[in-house]
Design a protein around this ligand. Structure first.
Ligand code: PBG
Ligand code: ZN
Length: 326
């Protein structure tokens, strides 16, 4: 008995395979993360992230031009401030490093979309994403007082030229607070990309090197999600949608493909997946050892995120992927 259905018929020629391909990654899907530091002429490679650098604003501008020329539509900015304090002053100050970088990039490359990561952990002396009770050593961030700082941060980022505000601190009600703040300040048209389902993940390890944001004590498990939970991600996105989010993010991506899928099914908003630092570093390390084919593994991984439902992918591989897609 021979099989009547022969799926292999459609795999016999590269052109035929191309014709029936269901998911195609494009450069338009990509958002490239950048880390801004004070100073001039600085490009300091992050030890645990080969190919990723902390860049001074002049270098960020050069990088932004390159990213734009590669056809990547957007960057997301993180900041490493000179000073950290209990009020995260560097996050919301007019002269903050992300504010400076956003203004400089928009002046040099007006058509590149600038996303600002809106959180406090890079700017607080203790490295947590919000205010702590005086004397707290567990990292149980005070939710509502933190909202005021996030609102201030978002408004100053929008004033500096950021096109999209991306709150990442997992505070309850942060989308509503930021929406109100932006509206009051005249930024009704500035969209919010909410890190809606963000898990307490060990995959953020290299990022904390890059952004110098490792909590000095405790961990983020009282505000980021438990890796075992999936239905809770839907609760999180439902709240963010009700509060006015324009786009939703799932983070990390690789170990959370099911969450990307569920979020896509459960909402009608664009879904972004954050291919985080640890995911990047694992591929990079294996590639540098000659153990895997970097281009094929990266493209397969990014295509997988898209197949799972991601409309947008934040990834440190963005520039390489854009080159391979040319
Ligand atoms: C913090 C923040 C984190 C990332 C982006 N913003 C992680 C954290 O909780 O420390 C992670 C990004 C990455 O790992 O690439 N609000
Ligand atoms: Zn944070």
């Amino acid at each position: 008995m021979f099989p009547t259905h022969r799926p292999r018929r459609l795999r016999t020629h590269p052109q035929l395979r191309r014709m029936v391909r269901e998911t195609v990654l494009t450069t338009s899907d990509l958002i490239y993360p950048l880390f801004a530091v004070a100073g001039e002429g600085i490009a300091k490679e992050v030890k645990s992230m080969p190919g990723v650098y902390q860049l001074s604003v002049d270098k960020i501008v050069e990088e932004a031009k390159e990213v734009y020329d590669l056809g990547i539509p957007a960057i997301i900015l993180f900041g490493i401030p000179e000073d950290k304090d209990a009020d995260a002053t560097g996050a919301w100050h007019d002269c903050g490093i992300v504010q400076k970088a956003a203004t400089a990039v928009k002046a040099a490359v007006p058509d590149l979309i600038v996303v600002a990561d809106t959180c406090l952990c890079e700017y607080t002396s203790h490295g947590h994403c919000g205010y702590l009770q005086v004397g707290d050593l567990t990292g149980r961030v005070l939710n509502d007082p933190t909202l005021e700082l996030l609102k201030k941060t978002a408004v100053s980022q929008a004033q500096a030229g950021a096109d999209i505000i991306a709150p990442s601190g997992m505070m309850d009600g942060f989308v509503q607070a930021i929406r109100a703040g932006l509206d009051e300040a005249g930024f009704q048209d500035t969209p919010i990309l909410s890190y809606a389902a963000k898990y307490a993940s060990a995959y953020y390890g290299p990022f904390r090197d890059a952004a110098d944001s490792t909590p000095q004590f405790g961990d983020r498990r009282t505000y980021q999600m438990d890796p075992g939970n999936a239905r809770e991600a839907i609760k999180e996105i439902d709240l963010d949608i009700a509060e006015g989010a324009d786009m939703l993010m799932v983070k990390p991506a690789l170990a959370y493909m099911d969450i990307i899928w569920r979020v896509k099914e459960a909402s009608n908003l664009p879904v972004a997946a954050y291919n985080v630092s640890g995911e990047y570093s694992m591929i990079k390390a294996a590639a540098l050892n000659g153990w895997i084919d970097e281009e094929r593994v990266v493209m397969e991984t990014l295509t997988g995120f898209k197949r799972a439902g991601a409309d947008l992918i934040l990834t440190y591989h963005a520039k390489d992927a854009a080159r391979w897609l040319k």
